[in-house]
Design a protein around this ligand. Sequence first.
Ligand code: HEC
Ligand code: HEC
Length: 429
Amino acid sequence: MTPTHSPRVLRNLSAIGVGLALGILALVPALARSNPQAPWTAAERTMLKSLSLSSLAPLPADHSNKYADDAAALRLGNLLFNDARLSGNGQVSCATCHSSEKGFQDNIPLGKGVGTAGRRTMPIAGTAHSPWQFWDGRADSHWAQALGPLESAVEHGGDRLQYARVLRQHYRAEYEAIFGAFPNLQGLPERAGPVADSARAAAWARITPARRDSISRVYANMGKAIAAFERQITFTPTRFDRYVDAELAGRAPTPGDNFSDDERAGLRLFIGKANCVNCHNGALLTDNHFHNTGVPQSQDGARADSGRATGVRAVMASEFNCLSHYSDAKPSDCGELRFAVTDGEELVRAYKTPSLRNAVTRAPFMHAGQFASIERVLLHYDRAPSAPAGHSELKRLGLSGTEVRQLAAFLKTLVSSVAYPAPVTSYTP
Ligand code: HEC
Ligand code: HEC
């Protein structure tokens, strides 16, 4: 899946080195497996280090959003994220589906806003590290991502002119302190935007291109403020991180952080026989890429979903991508987009690898909540069924019942609270 000339290749070279070392390791695991308390080998220690939250790279710059690290934009974004006036029925905010109390997701198979979404709500923590947003990567930044649900008929159900009016009425001073003068909306219809609703779409088409552009600019800026907030939603260290950091420093983990035999065995399977680290690697336990893992169609069966195959076409055509008029990036900053793989059988039903941090708290699992329990997920990996379309990358694992239990025990060590900026009560630009 990695494009041959992507900058990601360089970042992945060390992972390949670790992979080779583990390949050699895989030849002599029997001894280690028979004794769960056997010390970690040098190759295993290198792998463990790469998975610890202490190895997380600094937050990457988002050149397409010059307000990404602006404190006033973050405060405005925090307010907008929680503001249900930004919806067709006045009842849906980002927080409706991305609840801070549930790690910024909702624990239901398909997100519910004004209507029902076609996929499961994704948790937001750590995704500023990802070049792609959504299960199919159809947005290439947080700000462009935010503009999707706002105009989706089943999520927020509103339109960009309606939202520009909400901003002008309730947040004008805050907006202007960050982005400059608010455009004049006089003489424009109440509601208009390039949305599914035909009356509002027709109203949008009747507005002059110059005025449409100024409204879309406000819309993009809304996304940029929301993105400044989302960037700060992060994972905190788990028992796994504390255990690994102690092991690597050669000190005994504090008693509560020490791993049981099952947890150690599960971790050894995760980085060894079960090959989970092929995709769930790095400090966020995701490669941020797209894979067909043979997950069945959504249970509602209503909707054929081809994953990255459609997502990549959408991001290329997006009015708000890194190369767009509303982006603050130079074309040379847009390597991920310019060198993305745009076709091929491997994109069919390929979905973004989710982080496994807090995964066990996020049932039901997969892009449409297809599996109700972690045991069911692990059974899927063990059996590696063929995909409903395209080809699954998985191979049968031949896990015993004990090994499934050990892997589940390990995944439960990856749970911690999610940190996020405190709710804004009074606004001080
Ligand atoms: C109706 C529920 C719902 C609402 C409201 C909603 N989302 Fe989502 N969110 C989802 C679903 C479902 C997905 C996955 C959609 C897909 O892949 O097609 C998602 C995906 C995302 C992602 C991608 C994360 C990743 O790992 O790629 C981000 C970020 C996000 N939403 C932020 C927001 C923001 C910001 C808002 C408000 C502007 C918002 N969402 C409103 C349900 C919702
Ligand atoms: C070939 C890449 C690949 C491998 C190998 C892999 N995964 Fe995944 N994993 C994914 C992708 C992609 C998804 C999302 C698939 C979807 O929703 O259709 C996923 C989803 C998951 C989920 C659900 C998370 C959620 O939020 O819904 C869990 C749990 C999980 N994987 C654990 C594992 C474990 C444990 C292993 C090893 C036994 C493993 N994975 C091996 C790519 C992989």
